[in-house]
Write a protein that binds this ligand. Structure first.
Ligand code: G4P
Length: 528
């Protein structure tokens, strides 16, 4: 039996990420969340677009230049009786692969919706990903200090488009300039909003009970409407149900304004109260329980050059069971090697500090000298392989070539390593010596050329190429597969891990191939 202290440590962990469409307010919420976690004295340093301060989570020069967050940062902080791990996902359209993989490392998600705009396209896409694992979702309707859409409409849209039931936990009183606060359905409290207090933790005024005459005094124009509206809402909406929430079928919904720092603490209360503690994780061999005392974890992300002074690479590991302790030995399952880890890092509020102890649900960073790959499992000896860390078929392609043709070897080495990291995908056509780079977003191409230059000392340039898509192919029938390999030779390539892919110049070509070779599976995702 695990000892009580260990169990308490594991059960206090809440590991989550924010999913949202760009501009819905993810960065602003992250700031406020950290403010509540006492991690930052004054909110406003996460992105630092306005303040001019360097963002705590911005590690690369490019990010500062562009004001977008490429890196996935991890922040840990205490909140009430919980210890929260917030995994930041890149908000930019590019690098969505990183985002997807980050979502494999969390136990719940906060979905942020711009209440003026409703459900947007990227949120739909991200929800599809969370569906793969039925991740529990908490919803925050942001920007209530602006003219928003009707709250009932917003919830209907979430239910219809995202196919998840909504249970309002708070309800907005007014909107835009008339936004007065929220009514907390479960606490039966009206919590009043005061504008202009966004940078501090406010002393909020709370009115107990909807029938409280104080409400009429303080909100003379809203009190009666609110009572009437709440009667309707309580009658027509879903009640919060913990089981349905944990099954990913129902989401608690909160209203507020991140900029005004109002409502974010309600969300955190809900997170600590209801969101799952570290969940069991599937491996090829068996299910790993978070409370098992033997250590295990998997790598979901590799980030290079996080600290320009050290030129290091960090492999981000989600701890899945047991406890990491400084100096412990880990079995690197893929290589079969025993490695001593003395300098793992944790991410207290974005600062890297040496980690002494980490538990299930935590993220630790391992220094990587090129031996660790995304999807790798580490244990204390058991042969396990965590599943479900995807690779996505790239959507953009370019041929890459050297300015100085003598450095072909370095170019190949660099590209192979970058593809191991998941920074980009590389395809080597069977019929030529071309190198094709595939990316999910256009920014990836730039990052690759920059990194090839700084880390591998090669100057590379791109050329256009007519490739519509590259899909992984396999077939259970070896005879049919051999026939396919022969006939489709001109379209076949190996990816960075030597998996066979079909490189289609056009979608018409792809569709013909799918028709012609019905026994061959063409896959859009590949598991690491
Ligand atoms: P993102 O990370 O999801 O992309 O969104 P971010 O937090 O950067 O917010 C996008 C814009 O929306 C920002 O304004 C931010 O100040 C604003 N915003 C966030 N929450 C609220 C809110 O509750 N109410 C209102 N009225 N605005 C909100 P910006 O001017 O585009 O960005 P910035 O240049 O000021 O950072």
């Amino acid at each position: 039996m695990a000892d009580a202290k260990f169990l308490e440590a594991v059960n206090s962990r809440r590991t989550f990420a924010i999913i949202s469409h760009p501009d819905a307010g993810k960065t602003t919420i992250t700031e406020k969340v950290l403010l509540f976690g006492n991690a930052l004295q004054k909110a406003g340093t996460v992105k630092g677009k306005k303040s001019g301060q360097h963002a705590k989570s911005d590690w690369m020069e490019m990010e500062k230049d562009r004001g977008i967050s490429i890196t996935t940062s991890v922040m840990q902080f205490p909140y009430k009786h919980g210890l929260v791990n917030l995994l930041d996902t890149p908000g930019h359209e590019d690098f969505s692969e990183d985002t997807y993989r980050t979502l494999t490392a969390v136990d719940s998600c906060l979905m942020v919706i711009d209440a003026a705009k409703g459900v947007e396209q990227r949120t739909i896409k991200l929800m599809e990903v969370t569906r793969l694992r039925d991740t529990p979702i908490i919803t925050f309707m942001n920007k209530c200090d602006r003219d928003t859409r009707d709250p009932v409409d917003l919830m209907d849209e979430v239910e219809d488009v995202l196919n998840i039931a909504c249970a309002p936990i708070t309800w907005p009183i007014g909107m835009g300039k008339e936004f007065k606060g929220v009514y907390h359905l479960l606490r039966d409290e009206v919590i009043l909003y005061e504008s202009g207090q966004g940078h501090t933790i406010q002393d909020v005024r709370i009115i107990k009970g909807l029938d409280n005459p104080e409400l009429d005094t303080l909100l003379p124009n809203h009190a009666d409407d609110l009572r009437e509206e709440m009667e309707l809402v309580l009658g027509a909406s879903n009640e919060f149900d913990q089981e349905l929430f944990l099954a990913g079928e129902l989401t608690p919904v909160y209203f507020g304004t991140a900029l005004g720092n109002f409502g974010v603490d309600h969300v955190l209360d809900g997170l600590v109260e209801w969101a799952p503690k570290p969940l069991p994780r599937a491996t090829v061999q068996r299910v790993v329980e978070p409370t098992e005392e033997t250590f295990s974890g998997f790598i979901f992300k590799i980030q290079a050059n996080m600290d320009p002074k050290h030129r290091d690479r960090i492999a981000f590991m989600r701890v899945c069971s047991g406890k990491y302790e400084k100096g412990m030995k880990m079995h690197h399952v893929r290589t079969g090697k025993l490695v001593s880890i003395s300098d793992a890092v944790t991410f207290m509020a974005g600062d890297r500090t040496a980690s002494e102890e980490s538990f299930s649900g935590d993220i630790i960073g391992l220094h990587n000298h090129g031996t660790i790959q995304i999807g790798d499992t580490f244990t204390t000896g058991e042969e396990l392989k965590f599943t479900g860390i995807p690779n996505f078929a790239p959507e953009m392609f370019r041929r890459i070539r050297l300015k100085d043709p003598l450095k072909q070897k370095q170019l190949l080495k660099g590209l192979m390593q970058l593809s191991e990291e998941g920074a980009v995908q590389v395809f080597r056509p069977l019929r030529s010596n071309d190198l094709i780079v595939g990316a999910v977003g256009v920014l990836q191409f730039e990052v690759v050329v920059q990194r090839l230059k700084s880390e591998y000392k090669v100057d590379a340039i791109y050329e256009g190429i007519s490739v519509a898509t590259a899909l992984w192919v396999d077939c259970e029938n070896p005879i049919k597969m051999a026939e396919f390999e022969k006939k489709a030779f001109d379209n076949l390539a190996l990816d960075g891990s030597n998996n066979l892919t079909y490189v289609a110049p056009t979608m018409v070509n792809l569709n013909l191939a799918i028709e012609r070779y019905p026994d061959v599976r063409f896959r859009k995702t590949r598991e690491h």
